[in-house]
Design a protein around this ligand. Structure first.
Ligand SMILES: NC(=O)c1ccc[n+]([C@@H]2O[C@H](COP(=O)([O-])OP(=O)(O)OC[C@H]3O[C@@H](n4cnc5c(N)ncnc54)[C@H](OP(=O)(O)O)[C@@H]3O)[C@@H](O)[C@H]2O)c1
Length: 305
């Protein structure tokens, strides 16, 4: 596993984070094994949200941590808030209540990183700022970020929020890469020229915000993996051929494709299978050639004008 410095020189975070959206059905001992085995593989960054598994994922994770107290100091815990049934809510009251619930569910004193999950259409940046100030000064949250936010939405938050926005978690995979393809189609009237995100890659790079690609092995909006999927026959053949060349698997190449982006992204993978997590951890050592990176891009169906 390789490590990056998202927060400071002395805090090393694993270049791939482990998302905990799929752990709601684990027992306490299974959760303890999942965390400790992932830590042995080099993962030290765990992503949650107050809503995963209807709140169960944080609780299950907490039961795992309770069985092995030594784990807490070895990991960074990130969680998210702001999504409620039928609405998004960045009110001060909701943000603070959600963090208090997450602390209780996880059984920890501090959330290392808090993200705002999806932009609240009725967001008042002043309220977010008050919530962040309270959470920071009370020691309940260490660092802040967002998810699924455009560049201008982050700028709007920054008019009031004084903490650095360190993370923007966005969906990005080989088959869901409009954030990448828009950069090659500036000012062109074609499908890839549609700018869905306001050139977020450039904005985040300029502002030292780490992009965390979520669902990096899924086709679209959590629509099932493209790996081995018949609809992506040509892409899968390409990934397998390159897997042989680089001594990894199709999963490893799909992650290496994201890691080849020069701004040092931190994909959030969601596997609960340790063999797969080991392949992914090892893939952080792979540097795809430019030729192979573009070959995958074109085989996935994106075009160069
Ligand atoms: N910010 C947001 O709005 C947002 C939204 C969604 C998710 N997330 C975060 O992103 C994390 C990851 O999401 P995700 O779980 O969708 O990520 P993912 O890593 O793209 O997908 C994981 C799923 O794909 C399966 N898979 C992986 N490789 C496979 C292969 N070669 N063949 C067949 N199946 C394979 C895994 O099964 P196995 O377990 O069997 O390996 C698992 O079910 C979540 O846990 C969450 O933390 C954030």
């Amino acid at each position: 596993m390789k490590y990056i410095n998202t927060f400071s020189e002395d805090i090393k975070v694993s270049q791939v984070a482990l998302g905990c959206m799929r752990i709601a059905d684990m027992s306490a001992s299974e959760a303890e094994q999942y965390i400790s085995q992932a830590v042995e593989l080099g993962y030290n960054y765990f992503d949650h949200a107050d809503i995963y598994g209807g709140g169960e994922c944080e609780k299950v994770f907490g039961t795992g941590l309770a069985l092995n107290k030594s784990l807490r100091d070895k990991i960074i815990i990130q969680t998210k808030c702001g999504i409620r049934r039928g609405m998004y809510d960045f009110s001060k009251e909701h943000i603070i209540n959600s963090v208090n619930n997450s602390l209780k569910s996880l059984g920890v004193e501090k959330i290392d990183v808090l993200l705002l999950h999806r932009p609240d259409l009725l967001m008042e940046p002043e309220e977010v700022a008050e919530a962040f100030d309270y959470l920071e000064s009370s020691g309940k949250v260490g660092a802040f970020g967002v998810s699924n936010h455009s560049a201008s939405q982050i700028e709007l938050l920054k008019t009031c929020v004084k903490q650095n926005i360190k993370i923007n978690q966005m969906q990005l995979s080989v088959t869901n890469a409009t954030m990448v393809s828009s950069g090659a189609n500036v000012n062109l009237q074609n499908k890839d020229g549609i700018n869905y995100d306001g050139y977020l890659r450039d904005y985040c790079r300029l502002n030292k915000i780490t992009i965390q690609p979520w669902s990096p092995l899924q086709q679209g909006f959590i629509a099932g993996t493209f790996l081995g999927h018949p609809e992506y026959k040509e892409l899968n053949e390409k990934l397998r051929t390159l897997a042989e060349k680089y001594g990894t698997t199709d999963t490893g190449i799909a992650i290496a494709w994201l890691l080849r982006l020069p701004e040092k992204m931190q994909p959030v993978v969601g596997s609960t299978n340790m063999t797969r997590l080991e392949e992914i951890s090892k893939a952080t050592d792979i540097t795809l050639s430019k030729e192979d990176w573009y070959d995958i891009y074109l085989t996935a169906g994106y075009k160069l004008p």
